[in-house]
Design a protein around this ligand. Structure first.
Ligand SMILES: *Cc1c(COP(=O)(O)O)cnc(C)c1O
Length: 359
């Protein structure tokens, strides 16, 4: 079997044992004589899967009963709209941190619904960075404060979160469950699964139940958090197979341990940043040191031609998808939970060799 080192930003690498388990149950799910994809979403097979996924998430995030865990569709992009539709009633203002391309997309959607105050703007900073906790200009009485915990494209990550009077809302698509954190500090957290939690097609939302009640009466049922709370994420047919894989991934995270994964993630990222910093300026980290992402390591080479050559040659060497996002260029190594340290070491060795040949 030939598995490559997959540095893709998303959909991203999954734990091999999760794929093997899914393969083993693909045609006959636990003696049902059906694939889980063919089972009723209200049958006992699927219900057990979804219940375990939610229970695992509740345990990993140490959630109290004040919070609902929802498994929805529409991706994080859907949440860019759903958050203001539910939480930004007419006449109120939401504070948004503008930290990069994903935050900008979230702001754009919120502005279609209501008033937005940009509480801090680092989107055009070079090196790229996210705002410091102490540089936010918050609106008194804001409906909520929104931040993007990890800017997947620029490779900048919040290392600590602000304490806010207004409910804190976070897009955690690319670093959810990569580190322990206090979820009860947040009013709402959302994440498309395809970076760190599973395959695409399912979106995790953690919302304080009290907050979900805020929804204006004009919002269609399907776009209300309250609907999905009432219906246990079964208002419409859930993405059963994506939820199944997500469940297996949460089971794997529990088995390895979130603290252990976090230590591994920090170590993997540190190896890459050390290689960048030891290159005498040949490789340049794109993000400011204090907010370098542990998930998406972004860097540049002396010229775009060399970056092109690096992407091509690394791919031929089995190090796949290192090309940066098309909007910013450069290189990006996405090293989520399931990415092995051996792949990081292989990339470090490749970087040294490439510099020796092209320095
Ligand atoms: C990938 C990503 C998104 C978009 O996710 P979709 O599920 O494709 O809508 C939004 N925010 C962040 C931080 C991301 O990494």
């Amino acid at each position: 079997m030939a598995r490559v080192y997959n540095f893709c930003a998303g959909p991203a690498v999954l734990p091999l044992e999760v794929l093997e388990e899914a393969q083993a149950t693909l045609i006959d799910y636990r003696g049902s004589g059906m694939s889980l994809m063919e089972c009723s979403h209200r049958g006992k097979e699927y219900m057990a899967v979804q219940d375990e996924a939610v229970a695992n998430l509740r345990e990993l995030l140490r959630l109290t009963d004040d919070y609902a865990v929802l498994l929805l569709q529409g991706g994080a992009s859907g949440q860019f709209a759903m958050v203001p539709m539910n939480l930004l009633p007419p006449g109120s203002v939401a504070d948004y941190t503008r930290s990069g391309i994903w935050a900008i997309k979230a702001i754009k959607e919120a502005k279609l619904i209501g008033k937005v105050n940009v509480a801090a703007d680092t989107a055009d900073a070079l090196p790229t960075r996210v705002p410091r906790v102490d540089e936010l200009t918050l609106t008194p009485g804001a409906a909520y404060v929104h931040l993007t915990s990890n800017e997947t494209i620029s490779g900048a990550q919040w290392k600590a979160f602000p304490r806010t009077d207004a409910p804190l809302v976070a897009d955690m698509s690319s670093d959810m469950l990569s580190r322990p954190f206090d979820a009860t500090q947040f009013g709402l957290i959302y994440a498309g699964a395809q970076k760190n939690l599973g395959p695409s097609g399912v979106t995790l939302v953690v919302v304080r139940k009290e907050l979900a009640k805020r929804v204006p009466a004009t919002v269609p049922m399907i776009f209300r958090y309250q609907t999905h709370i009432d219906e246990g994420s079964m208002y419409n047919t859930p993405p059963c197979f994506s939820v199944y894989i997500l469940m297996l991934v949460t089971r794997w995270i529990k088995k390895v341990g979130l603290e252990t994964l976090y230590r591994r993630n920090v170590d993997k990222a540190a190896r890459l940043y050390a290689a960048i910093d030891a290159s005498g300026g040949y490789y340049r980290g794109s993000a400011a040191k204090e907010c370098r992402s542990d998930m998406n390591v972004t860097f540049r080479l002396p010229t775009e031609a060399l970056e092109e050559q690096f992407a091509k040659e690394s791919s031929a060497a089995g190090l796949k998808q290192l090309k940066g996002h098309r909007s910013v260029g450069g290189l990006r190594a996405s090293i989520y939970n399931a990415f092995p340290v051996e792949g990081v070491d292989a990339l470090v060795a490749f970087m040294k060799d490439f510099q020796r040949r092209n320095g």
